[in-house]
Write a protein that binds this ligand. Sequence first.
Ligand code: HEC
Ligand code: HEC
Ligand code: HEC
Ligand code: HEC
Ligand code: HEC
Length: 492
Amino acid sequence: MKRNISLIVLVTVGGGVLAAPGLVRAQKQQPKHALDHWEDPYHCVGCHQERFTDWSAAQMSCGFTGDFFQTQYFQYAVVDSQRDPKMAGLAADCLGCHSPSAYLSGLVPPPPSRALDNYWDQAWPWLGSYQTLGQARQALDNAAVNPPYRERWRNSRPVTKQDADRGVFCDFCHSIKSIENRQPFNHNYVPDTGPGRNTKRADLEFPWSPYHETQVSELHESAGLCGICHNEKNPLGVWVKATHIEWTETRYAKRDLVCQWCHMPPREGKPAKMGRERPWNHAHWFGGGFTGFVEGAAKVTLAVDETAVRAGSSISFEVSVGDIATGHWFPTGATEERDVWLHVAVFDADGNELQHIPVPPDPNDPNDRYFITSNIMEAFPSHSSYGGALARDALPEGDRIYQDIFLDSAGKATFGQWYAVQIVGNRLKPDETRVERYTWPIRADMAGQDVYVRASLWYRRMADSHAEHLGIDRRLHLLVSEDEKRIHVISN
Ligand code: HEC
Ligand code: HEC
Ligand code: HEC
Ligand code: HEC
Ligand code: HEC
């Protein structure tokens, strides 16, 4: 698209001479922007302090500096862009969404970031020893930590970020003028910026700022703005991210409840220190899979009729997963990484797991094996021809898992989304209730006890095996929802 436009311009302006292929290419590679065509986020802090604090703690500010991005980008994406001609543009492409000002300034690849985000243990040493968000919350509540844990739970500390490290930052979003085509995807933004201070676009009525020009922008009130980066087609033509496309099929889209409604909740207040009180402006929270936001994103219901069962016998029961509270599928986004899984087990009164109840295989689903947790060494960090395999799920085996498996050209599971040629998945959709059936063979040694059958739904950002391979901290397992039932086991 871009090349066509530049060709037309060159031909009409310069005629035959400029149409020489070498020159066209040189023209195309010439970056149109420089890093100082945008202001650093720190320049906004004086007047928009609250937004700055929100943004600093949100994943948006870690688009480039996040330890996961840094390791995957430099260890795999940049390397693959050099060794595989099909992936030649990859090192730049990632930046188009993760550090758009570096991308548009031709800073490819940028120097690795010296201060990485997401170092949980370093940032919050007292949280490292807790397995679940519930346990951590308990500890935080006990310690009466202020501000509330939800604020502190997030991954970053406010810092002054410059150059590529700015990630997805204030001035970048607020200088986007339009989308290149009708369908927003693959960073097809049209920025309106250049030397000197640019105009800031958003949704306020009659704003006035002593520092910068303002302009009302409908784009900023639309989900399309988010789709620019939250829809992605990889170099092989496969949709590897489709959060915005998923949203268009939900009832939220029909009621015009856009991404901002949940991720930048409207509220009253002053959008700028010297501005006026307004009934309607937006938190810059961008809560996602790092926050308490996943708690309650779906509801688990355990349907066990019996209150007493006989040791040595067996019973069948159902677990349903429904009330999906997301405005898209769950999980969404980087679905080659994100996992949601359902663990069903029997516990004693002290919470010790006595017996795991695996989900039975579904013979009617040819892909069922991908949806039952397994530690087979079959997942590759990039294309399977480039190295050894990792444990696929790195979880107790036999649980139902709602996930996407990305398959490369050799039919192998890969975490390198750019090599996906096919995706098999069973993620949860809003308005849907999934029912799983289990059989519990009641162990003879439980006779005489009161036990608890518990179904727990978990979320995590990436497989432990992948984190370990990249040399970064393992991500916490966050509890989404659980249900349990007390049952007396009668002796035989
Ligand atoms: C991912 C893009 C994005 C980033 C990054 C971002 N904003 Fe916004 N901002 C928006 C959107 C979208 C709106 C309008 C929301 C709506 O109308 O639904 C908005 C609204 C605003 C407004 C108008 C008042 C309001 O809340 O509606 C101000 C002021 C503002 N942002 C400042 C900032 C500052 C300062 C930063 C950095 C600390 C920042 N923004 C970072 C997308 C962004
Ligand atoms: C000297 C103070 C000051 C600084 C510095 C400042 N702003 Fe503002 N900004 C304001 C004021 C005042 C308003 C209007 C608020 C109102 O009318 O309620 C505003 C409004 C906005 C709006 C809303 C525009 C609209 O049409 O809805 C955006 C977006 C925005 N600023 C972004 C930024 C960004 C990004 C930066 C940093 C690069 C920044 N501002 C720096 C004072 C400032
Ligand atoms: C009805 C509220 C709602 C709407 C509308 C909504 N979301 Fe979400 N979103 C959520 C909830 C709740 C979560 C946390 C659960 C999860 O991780 O999926 C979430 C998670 C996410 C995540 C993290 C994904 C993950 O699993 O790691 C991203 C990215 C995201 N949303 C982007 C978007 C975008 C882009 C849109 C608009 C196209 C949007 N959301 C619309 C509620 C909403
Ligand atoms: C310029 C590209 C870009 C735009 C525009 C953009 N995002 Fe993002 N967003 C990203 C990137 C990149 C990340 C992930 C950063 C990371 O984890 O490395 C992200 C992360 C998020 C997350 C956090 C998900 C998590 O990992 O937990 C949410 C929520 C989100 N975006 C919502 C939105 C919404 C809502 C909009 C529109 C108002 C929007 N984004 C616009 C690029 C963008
Ligand atoms: C079209 C935009 C886009 C492109 C291109 C893109 N990403 Fe992303 N990436 C995102 C968004 C949006 C998210 C956040 C989704 C979510 O939270 O699930 C994300 C999430 C990630 C994450 C997870 C971060 C975390 O902390 O969990 C990694 C790692 C990542 N991308 C690496 C890459 C690499 C490497 C490339 C290039 C091969 C790339 N991305 C290309 C938009 C993009």
